[in-house]
Write a protein of this length. Structure first.
Length: 450
């Protein structure tokens, strides 16, 4: 029983259903690795995954990446290039009953010497019991499992199943990749190749920016734009106004890789650093409404929380990480409020860059003195030989002392007395400063006694 590229979830198409009625993204789905756009780190010439596919030697794997980056397309290319039976399986519409039916088919194929590749889209939607149902069949080789997920498989796929799969991370497509795809759609007869389309190059880039690395989104936007274009003498003329209307974006010329990108992120940072929440929220909105990736902004604010707020308010990092997770969970546009809340919080937080300055000073010394030996008293001594060499000799376990402190030197001799961290009086860091001063007074007093 050899079912090639079939699906348990697909319905029968109408006899009157024309190919033209399919979405543009479906009509242009690549059929070979040479037509596949993006993910060159995985399927470029000579890359391991490409070789495995071309040699028909694939093993169980998980494709992890955001929507529209080619996970399903890559699975279907594997289906076309493999001699195995290929079953397309949806985690959205299937349950234990359907899994058992597929496993029975795979077992029958195995008895006749045929491999079965099972593609499970949105595998993270399966619960633990459903995922466990695949495990014995993967272990004994009845199926080669290819799962696709937009969620981190470390959290969403059972550990036992994940350990038997190689995870391949698919990245959002670059702006150039998307533009290439859009131009192909205009020229390809499966797209608009048989029609006369007039569209300026900068509008391709505007759509690419709007799509945020999602090929399906980009092609759907292009299709909508062309369907709404002005038609003159049989030519569909796409205008900036049409693109703006179809994307509901006014900042279409925002270049996420160019100078304006860096100007805007600089404006956001400096507004928060200057404790100006109104300006911070404005620059945040400018970037988000221009098509910026919310996760990029969240990452930058996680950095800001440590570099510019630091120990003056340690909760700032917690807030920033929580906002990043919220952006990851729910995406745009719902996550805008989380980023706005964070930008306001960071703007109003007391500021300290003492941790950042401390690291930069320590880094400068570390780069110049990379070979400085670790003092013997703080070396680890797990073996008799190391103990005989005085590793750990003179170590003082602070918890055993009355004051939980000692005068033991922890810096290399050449750096003794070097000061990197200088706490400020801002916010909660004032407590750190007070504590550090007491520690230094105690050490100075007890060094004299020693």
């Amino acid at each position: 029983m050899n079912r090639k590229a079939t699906s348990l979830s697909e319905g029968q198409g109408s006899l009157f259903e024309s190919e033209r009625e399919e979405p543009l993204a479906s009509r242009l789905r690549p059929e070979s690795l040479d037509d596949f756009v993006g993910q060159r780190q995985l399927v470029g010439e000579g890359r391991p995954l490409r070789r495995l596919i071309e040699e028909d030697k694939i093993s169980s794997m998980i494709f992890w990446g955001p929507p529209g980056v080619g996970k399903t397309t890559l699975a279907h290319i594997i289906a076309k290039m493999s001699k195995a039976s290929f079953i397309d399986f949806s985690a959205v519409t299937s349950g234990i009953k359907e899994i058992k039916a597929v496993m029975e088919e795979a077992e029958e194929n195995r008895r006749y010497g045929t491999r079965t590749i099972l593609f499970v889209d949105e595998i993270h939607r399966f619960n633990k019991a459903q995922q466990d149902a695949f495990l014995p069949y993967v272990e004994k080789g009845s199926i080669v499992l290819i799962g696709a997920t937009t969620e981190n498989p470390s959290f969403e796929v059972n550990g036992a199943l994940l350990s038997r799969c190689k995870v391949f991370v698919l990245q959002p497509l670059s702006e150039d990749d998307i533009v290439s795809l859009l131009k192909r759609a205009i020229a390809d007869p499966r797209g608009f190749g048989n029609e006369k389309i007039e569209i300026a190059d900068d509008l391709f880039h505007a759509i690419a920016v709007f799509s945020n690395g999602d090929a399906r989104n980009a092609l759907s936007t292009l299709e909508m734009v062309i369907l709404n274009a002005d038609v003159e003498d049989g030519v569909s003329k796409v205008t900036p106004a049409t693109v703006e209307q179809c994307t509901s974006r006014r900042s279409l010329l925002y270049d996420k890789k160019g100078e304006e990108h860096y100007n805007l992120i600089s404006a956001l940072h400096k507004s928060m650093r200057n404790s100006d929440p109104d300006a911070a929220v404005y620059w945040l909105a400018r970037m988000l409404e221009g098509g910026e990736d919310p996760l990029y902004l969240a990452r930058r604010m996680v950095r800001f929380a440590a570099e510019d707020v630091g120990l003056a308010d340690p909760r700032a990092v917690e807030m920033a990480v929580a906002a990043y997770q919220a952006c990851h969970f729910i995406g745009m546009p719902e996550c805008t409020v989380h980023l706005s809340e964070l930008a306001i919080y960071l703007s109003l937080a007391p500021k300290s860059n003492a941790a950042y300055v401390a690291y930069e000073k320590a880094k400068a010394d570390a780069e110049k003195m990379l070979a400085e030996p670790v003092p013997l008293q703080i070396r680890n001594a797990p073996t008799k030989l190391m103990k005989d060499l005085d590793y750990g000799k003179g170590y003082v376990y602070a918890h055993d002392t009355e004051d939980k402190l000692s005068t033991m030197e922890c810096l290399p001799p050449s750096l003794k007395g070097r000061v990197y961290y200088k706490p400020t009086d801002q916010g909660l860091e004032a407590r750190c400063k007070e504590r550090l001063e007491k520690i230094k007074v105690w050490k100075k007093a007890h060094e004299k006694k020693d």
